[in-house]
Design a protein around this ligand. Structure first.
Ligand code: FAD
Length: 317
């Protein structure tokens, strides 16, 4: 079922998850163990992230370094198919512009359509780690809006080859990313909102937000979206803290702020077990307030770990 139909049919706030494909070389069993612990809370859908290639430099043995291209977490489509098959739950694969030509994207969407997937979260993707700026493929998309348009084209039966006849229309429900604390490259929040609206105007039917630890940021963002005429459901993304190191890693990687109260609590904690407990309690508090405010879905970034999310789901749903 489409995400938007889940939301329309729901009696209250829904529960959903994001998971990562396992590292290359690992089997799918650990992912199933994570899912086993979370299925009891009946997620409406499960997002599966997409990870593009990275460059690694290996010692060539002659005093020089050799550049290698590696994909550390392949398997997004396979994971979606395996999870849908095993748990009968809807999956939402993430698709990105980075590393994909338009033709690659079309072929990937054909695969997803054949597998029976009805939802996609459409993203630009981050720059390759060793490169400072995002670079689209020569025949790829520079922004998520352009990728949304390609999915909409296929939903309307327009493929890249104009000579195709009697083509099958795809039927994807399209989600996009939103940033309550602004995307890190945007000059300001209003400009970022202008481009978020462009994604919705192009055909996106729901928005999933970047994680945040201060609900005020989400409420202000939602109000600004509504003022800007963005009227699709906005799904808050939440992550429970699990380690002290995340106080600096998360702001660095996701470009978000942590509220003073949370920082004080974590700084005073003696070990990561205490931080995990603080993270769970903080996330329960956030979740309850968001649920009371009537958000359509509470979406949890599990990072492949079930324990904290299961405790939160038990307390909130
Ligand atoms: P866009 O919407 O294209 O925006 C990127 C930047 O360009 C923004 O600053 C925007 O304001 C600006 N912009 C947009 N359109 C224009 C325009 N026409 N002209 C000028 N500027 C413009 N990354 C992955 O690699 N894999 C994943 O699975 C993944 N999952 C994610 C899930 C969620 C919920 C979120 C919030 C992020 C996820 N990301 C993922 C990270 C995401 O790819 C990065 O944040 C990326 O830098 C931006 O992606 P976007 O789709 O928001 O880009």
């Amino acid at each position: 079922m489409k995400v938007i139909e889940h939301i329309r049919n729901a009696k209250g706030t829904l529960f959903s998850l994001e998971i990562l494909p396992p590292l290359k070389g690992q089997n799918i069993q650990s992912l199933f163990e994570t899912m086993d612990q979370l299925m009891e809370y009946q997620p409406a859908f499960v997002d599966v992230t997409y990870h593009r290639e990275e460059y690694v430099f290996r010692d060539a043995g002659n005093g020089l370094l050799e550049k290698h291209v590696v994909k550390k977490r392949p398997g997004t489509v396979g994971i979606c198919a395996a999870i849908t098959n095993r748990y009968k739950v809807d999956t939402v694969p993430h698709i990105i512009c980075g590393g994909f030509s338009r033709q690659d994207t079309e072929d990937a969407l054909i695969d997803l359509n054949f597998v029976g997937i009805e939802n996609v979260l459409v993203l630009r993707g981050d720059p390759i780690r060793s490169e400072g700026r995002f670079k689209p493929e020569p025949d790829g998309h520079a922004y998520a809006t352009d990728l949304v348009r390609q999915v909409v084209d296929m939903n309307e039966g327009r493929y890249l080859d104009p000579d195709l006849r009697d083509v099958q229309k795809t039927n994807f429900c399209i989600g996009v990313a939103g940033y309550p604390e602004k995307h890190f490259e945007a000059p300001n929040l209003n400009t970022d909102l202008k481009y978020l609206k462009a994604k919705v105007d192009a055909g996106a039917e729901f928005i999933v937000t970047q994680m945040f630890f201060d609900n005020t940021r989400f409420f202000e963002f939602t109000a600004k979206c509504r003022e800007a005429g963005i009227d699709v459901p906005i799904i808050p993304g939440l992550k429970p803290l699990t380690a002290k190191s995340q106080l600096s890693v998360i702001p660095h990687h996701f470009h978000i702020d942590m509220p003073d109260e949370l920082v004080d609590l974590v700084e005073r904690s003696r070990n990561d077990a205490e931080v995990r407990e603080i993270g769970v309690q903080w996330c329960i508090r956030q979740s309850r307030e968001l649920k009371e405010a009537g958000v359509p879905v509470l979406h949890y970034y599990t990072m492949g770990k079930a324990k904290s999310t299961a405790e939160i789901a038990k307390a909130v749903f």
